[in-house]
Write a protein that binds this ligand. Structure first.
Ligand code: R5P
Length: 291
């Protein structure tokens, strides 16, 4: 197997390759003045199974097009199999129709990748796993929560309370609880379908004097974590941390979260960012080895 170092995930791709002595394929890329992308595989992929490592954070559309171009270039240049390794899969949150007249964006993305030459895909903590069942190729979803929970164990936070900021993240808090060995719970989050505005409600969580880690799949604007931190403070939590798989941290999200009393934000290298403390390389390597 050869690892194609996608422009958005070069470092992560190199880490995966090092774990197994896989050869890497560098990619030349540039953006034309009008915004279009150019890519070229710099070494041969003939008769190879290639894994293209390319996350699709901002700018999502550009990064998705580059992924599709790398898949197409692989097939054109004789690759026998193409696996897309996409830790953060853009558009996964629009996985169904919420209002009449919408599209299910992730279905369109999957169809585009299939046409480009992707034979299978590996992603990490996709927003809703059932989105993958409609993909026109096999797609595997991994969880980085054990890696994140182990980070907190290493930092001395055994038995910390694992909080999910909404019901959707409850499975995440449960996975963390198994490793941390403390308790877990969740808040409720309601989203207005038209404005996207959210409100959070928290029943009594029994966290007075406790260390609480808020676990989520994505931190985007930070609003969800800020809301959760407020509730935790009202309920007397002693220390609040947050951990996410995909730290998009748009605009001043990091500052907003820290200002809300969260002591530290921890994320994985799913997308580039300065809060990344945990690498996905080991679980991605295991998944590739198992193919
Ligand atoms: C949605 O339910 C996700 O799990 C995250 O909670 C959400 O994407 C976080 O977004 P934000 O940081 O903008 O509140």
């Amino acid at each position: 197997m050869k690892i194609i170092l996608g422009p958005t995930s070069r470092e992560l791709g190199e880490k995966i390759a090092k774990l197994a002595d896989f050869e890497t394929v560098p990619v030349a890329h540039r953006i034309f003045p009008d915004g279009e992308s150019y890519i070229r595989l710099e070494t041969s992929v003939k008769n190879e199974h290639v894994a293209i490592v390319q996350t699709t954070c901002m700018p999502q559309d550009t990064n998705l097009m580059q992924l599709a171009f790398m898949a197409n270039a692989s097939k054109r240049n004789g690759a026998k199999e193409v696996t897309a390794v996409v830790p953060y899969l853009a558009y996964a949150r629009q996985d169904k129709i919420f209002l009449e007249g919408e599209n299910a964006s992730i279905e369109t993305i999957a169809a585009m990748l299939r046409t480009a030459g992707v034979d299978q895909l590996i992603t990490v903590n996709i927003h809703a796993e059932n989105a993958l069942s409609s993909f026109p190729f096999p797609a595997k979803n991994l969880s980085a929560i054990p890696l994140l929970a182990n980070y907190f164990i290493m930092k001395g936070h055994k038995k910390a309370f694992a909080l999910a900021p909404d019901k959707g993240a409850l499975y995440i808090a449960k996975q963390a609880e198994t490793i941390l060995g403390g308790k877990s719970g969740n808040l409720e989050k309601q989203r207005d379908k038209y404005t996207g505005q959210t409100t959070q409600i928290g029943e009594h969580l029994n966290v007075r004097g406790e260390t609480v880690i808020i676990f989520d799949d994505i931190i985007s604007t930070g609003g969800t974590i800020v809301g959760a931190a407020k509730i935790l403070q009202e309920q007397g939590a002693a220390h609040i941390y947050t951990a996410c798989v995909h730290g998009l941290l748009i605009g001043n999200a990091e500052k907003k979260i820290l200002d809300a009393g969260v002591e530290k934000i921890i994320s994985t290298d799913s997308v580039p960012g300065k809060t990344n403390q945990v690498s996905l390389a080991p679980i991605l390597f295991d998944a590739l080895k198992a193919l």
